[in-house]
Ligand binder design. Structure first.
Ligand code: MTE
Length: 321
């Protein structure tokens, strides 16, 4: 966010944009039964290119009707230009740091606890948690509060599916999310109040756009993107998309997110993408899509108005920012 060293994707070249059909063709290619055999016929340089998408770990994904057909941001940009403050405040810090440490460590169980105001709380191993749900691919616009944006093919399932299984009771008005925190491998400085937390109102959490993502570009999430499971709310600024979730708690009162605690005048609970409400220190009217030179106008609710505007009917969005 505001502490980042590089701004607005100035180091991302226009040539890095991946053409959407090329990606889809490549996916079709990789999803084929002969994928592994034919992969060996690819030129060496292509297999080793830094930007190469890893072999798909999720096959035959359903394509979500909520997807955009806008050009994708390259895999390289999505996995090297990150905000994950537990691993550093520079955009490239998480990718660099995670090259040398094994996070999340797949040899150890990843537990997610579902707690609070619900009839079916529980603590789940990650695999058990996601097993009941149908994964799909959703290509979403992703816009950060600092003014850069991306288009990312996420793999995940609607948060609503998980909430229905947890059976929240009538006192559950909000959902609070918490990130894993381990001071042995993550930043100890009080950049934010660790562990990172975020929240959604129950109707926002149940909205069909709200995704629990477990992958992108057809393969598993990398640590820097919030492995093994993170939130994606495409009509909100990127900081709502909490990474590496270990706790989902149903609560009665509005939770305080890590960013609200850090700067309540700058980061509100709703954090809806809104070109008419500026951040106190910069405008939100335009954005730079990573890989593009010219800025484009930011759309209300990041272009998802038809799906979410009704959630905020009658609310003053300059106060509820
Ligand atoms: N989640 C945790 N735990 N820690 C963070 O620092 N940064 C947020 C969000 N989720 C963050 C986080 C911010 S500011 C953004 S813009 C997005 O993650 C960035 O997601 P990406 O790096 O996958 O693009």
């Amino acid at each position: 966010m505001f502490i980042g060293k590089k701004r607005l994707g100035e180091d991302i070249a226009a040539s890095e944009i991946t053409d959407h059909p090329i990606y889809l063709d490549r996916r079709k290619f990789l999803n084929g039964t002969a994928a592994i055999a034919t992969a060996s016929l690819l030129p060496f340089s292509m297999l080793n290119a830094k930007s190469a998408v890893p072999e798909a770990s999720y096959l035959n994904l359903k394509q979500s009707p909520y997807s955009t057909d806008e050009g994708l941001t390259t895999y390289e940009s999505v996995t090297t230009y990150n905000n994950y403050y537990e691993f550093g405040t520079g955009k490239s810090d998480p990718a660099i740091r995670l090259e040398s440490i094994n996070f999340p460590d797949k040899s150890k169980p990843w537990r997610v606890s579902i707690e609070g105001e619900c009839d079916k709380p529980g603590e789940y191993d990650y695999d058990d948690l996601i097993r009941p749900f149908t994964l799909e691919e959703r290509i979403y616009r992703f816009r950060c509060v600092e003014g850069w944006s991306m288009v990312i093919p996420w793999v995940g399932f609607p948060l609503a599916d998980l909430i229905k299984r947890a059976q929240p009771n009538s006192r559950a008005k909000f959902v609070e999310f918490t990130t894993f925190y381990d001071p042995e491998i993550m930043i100890r400085r009080n950049v934010l109040d660790w562990p990172y937390t975020e929240g959604l109102r129950m109707d926002e959490a149940m909205n069909p756009l709200t995704l629990l993502a477990v992958g992108l570009y057809g393969s598993e999430l990398l640590g820097q993107n919030g492995a093994p499971i993170r939130l994606v709310t495409p009509w909100k600024y990127g900081f709502k998309s909490i990474k590496s979730i270990v706790k989902i708690r149903f609560v009665e009162s509005m939770p305080q997110s890590a960013w609200m605690k850090a700067g309540p005048k700058e980061y509100g609970f709703y954090s809806n993408v809104n070109p008419d409400v500026d951040h106190p220190r910069w405008s939100q009217s335009k954005e730079r899509r990573l890989g593009e030179f010219l800025k484009r106008k930011t759309a209300m609710f990041n272009g998802y108005e038809e799906h979410v505007a009704h959630l905020y009917t009658g609310m003053d969005l300059t106060k509820n920012f």
